[in-house]
Ligand binder design. Sequence first.
Ligand SMILES: Nc1nc2c(c(=O)[nH]1)N[C@H]1C(S)=C(S)[C@@H](COP(=O)(O)OP(=O)(O)OC[C@H]3O[C@@H](n4cnc5c(=O)[nH]c(N)nc54)[C@H](O)[C@@H]3O)O[C@H]1N2
Ligand SMILES: Nc1nc2c(c(=O)[nH]1)N[C@H]1C(S)=C(S)[C@@H](COP(=O)(O)OP(=O)(O)OC[C@H]3O[C@@H](n4cnc5c(=O)[nH]c(N)nc54)[C@H](O)[C@@H]3O)O[C@H]1N2
Ligand SMILES: [Mo]
Length: 639
Amino acid sequence: FEGIKARYGAEALALFSHGYGGNWMKHLFHAYGSPNIGAPSYAQCRGPRDVGFDLTFGWGVGSPERTDIKNSQCLVLIGSHLGENMHNTQVQEFAEAIRSGANVITVDPRFSVAASKSAEWMPIKPGTDIALLLAWMNVIIGEGLYDREYLDAYAYGFEQLTEHVRPYSPEWAYTRTGLDPDQIRRTARMMAASRPATLVHPGRHVTWYGNDTQRTRAIAILNALLGSWGRKGGFFVPSSMEIPPYEYPGYLDHEAQVLDRPNPSDYPLADQVLAQGLCNATVPDVVGDSRIKGWMVYGSNLPTTLPNPEQTYRAIQELDFLVTVDVLPAEIVGWSDVVLPEATYLERCDEVFTPPWRVPFVSVRQEVVPPMYESKPGWWIARELGNRIGLPEFFPWEDSMEYAKTRVTAAGLDCDVLQRDGVIVGEQGPLYFEEGSPPIFYTESGKIELYSQRLAAQGFDAMPTWHDGEVEDPPQGYYRLLFGRAPVHTFGRTTNNRLLSDVMDENGVWVNRKIAERWGLVNGERVYLQNQDGVRSTFSAPVKVTDRIHPDAVYLVHGYGRKADKLKQVFGKGIDDAELITRVKTDPIMGGTGMNVNFVTFLRAADVDAEAAQVARVDVETSGKRVAIGAGGRQEVAS
Ligand SMILES: Nc1nc2c(c(=O)[nH]1)N[C@H]1C(S)=C(S)[C@@H](COP(=O)(O)OP(=O)(O)OC[C@H]3O[C@@H](n4cnc5c(=O)[nH]c(N)nc54)[C@H](O)[C@@H]3O)O[C@H]1N2
Ligand SMILES: Nc1nc2c(c(=O)[nH]1)N[C@H]1C(S)=C(S)[C@@H](COP(=O)(O)OP(=O)(O)OC[C@H]3O[C@@H](n4cnc5c(=O)[nH]c(N)nc54)[C@H](O)[C@@H]3O)O[C@H]1N2
Ligand SMILES: [Mo]
């Protein structure tokens, strides 16, 4: 840390961090003086959604999301595969909504678990959701089904929107989406019938096609037409507990630059650092002169998380120094110079947690059993690093409990209660406009912007617009690679867990029955996937022949095909989606990496393994060796 700061400046050290535990490392970086802190949960996950909603309502949807799922009478899921996506609170509320008789409309090229609970499944052609959203607006405005009073009071640009969506009839949308125009009309009326208790879910992992801010803005606008923002069964107004920050001397006033974009004018509405941008800024021939020389990686397995892993490996080779804080011998760990093994979440105490929610609360995750071996909690790792690089004034606390006590006591709360119960719940404020929550919109116009002045000023479409050809069709013999979650697993974090891998030990390739017939593939037959750039999956997986997927696409659960051989349960099982994602379409508005733009074809494992046994073996050996060098040769374990 000191060497990099002395030689290149603090900004040359970047932090990749995912999850709440990373807050200690972020504090360390602010104290050290580097603003280059990126999280894959932004540009590889929910960034476009937050920007799309912010542009429309002047608010993001937050995390946990302010979605009033349990009170919703009509829930529209656009790809959000709740039930497989086990976003815990949302799934529980989804169950409650179904129990209360809510109509569910699921738009997904795959018959997801959510689709199976739905009144309507709309098997959309992948990549065409903007066309559907515009057609829904066309019907809702054309038939006068919108919330006139709400729009009169709060919205800006209704006339422009009315003109704008006129050409986008359900018949027009049919030619793009493949969806029956009657179904588009029927579902639009269904949504309007339950308004304002209709929730068009904002989605979460939305980095799909590079036009994702515009798609999520279309979702936001549709919600506005239905009057659901700030209304029961739509989006509630959250509140949070005021817990004063810990008093530090103040972060250094450094001159350091954020280095995630070659030109400061790129991605003008990005409001967080782009993780892939930090990776690119490490490779000399991508940015001209590489500026980032060291990485700290906390809780993020970059080779399976950032698109185009070859680029990530190249960046790693350019680094002076890579330190990883992790709990497993994951791929990124094998590539690290130094590994700081963290205690797992039940063995440590994390930072106090006070997100905005229906009821304000403060909670803290506490140690249940002591850490094993040389593993240490994140707060300890950050503090010891801070002390040893001359920043002790930023780490005056004894441990995380003393830290929490200071903050919680300053808020006038009883820390013993927090320690005993794990949570203190505050008083619930008004949740909806009709309960007295003030309708405040932090946009340029102070209103809900159906027409976005900010987008117009930046030269982007002020209203979501369909552009033919914006999303490419699969080439002949290729299928769009889609991916998602399995209920028992959390990313690749748990696929190596012995008990959970008993439940699901590898992924399969979902292939439409007609396509399987065309290829003569039978259920259970093993295939490798090869993408449009000739990149072949390192391992194979069984085909799942099904009517539950659009013929344009195949589907994989993320988190398999692992190459780190110390992950004994999962090593070599199934196919890694990430290694096939060699292309992205970057959202010009905020820099999200659309990753659903890769196409794959099938190679029979029997053919590959028999006829080209030699090639296949070399392939596996080389990638095995890469990992072995990473894991054995460069690794040091901290003591
Ligand atoms: N069990 C489990 N749950 C998790 C996680 C986990 O690792 N494990 N991770 C959490 C995280 S961080 C996130 S961000 C969320 C992600 O979960 P979500 O935000 O719900 O979903 P995505 O991963 O974006 O999308 C996957 C779904 O989108 C569909 N889809 C693909 N392309 C299209 C398209 O063009 N149009 C439409 N309409 N649908 C499409 C796929 O068929 C699939 O059903 O899950 C969270 N929940
Ligand atoms: N190809 C592809 N790429 C994706 C996605 C996808 O579905 N497919 N999903 C995208 C989405 S939605 C997101 S949010 C990101 C997520 O991206 P990541 O956050 O990188 O997710 P994981 O792959 O689960 O990596 C988590 C790493 O943290 C380690 N870990 C687990 N628990 C702890 C802990 O308590 N402490 C520490 N220090 N480490 C821990 C795990 O061992 C693992 O190495 O990826 C994005 N990228
Ligand atoms: Mo995510």
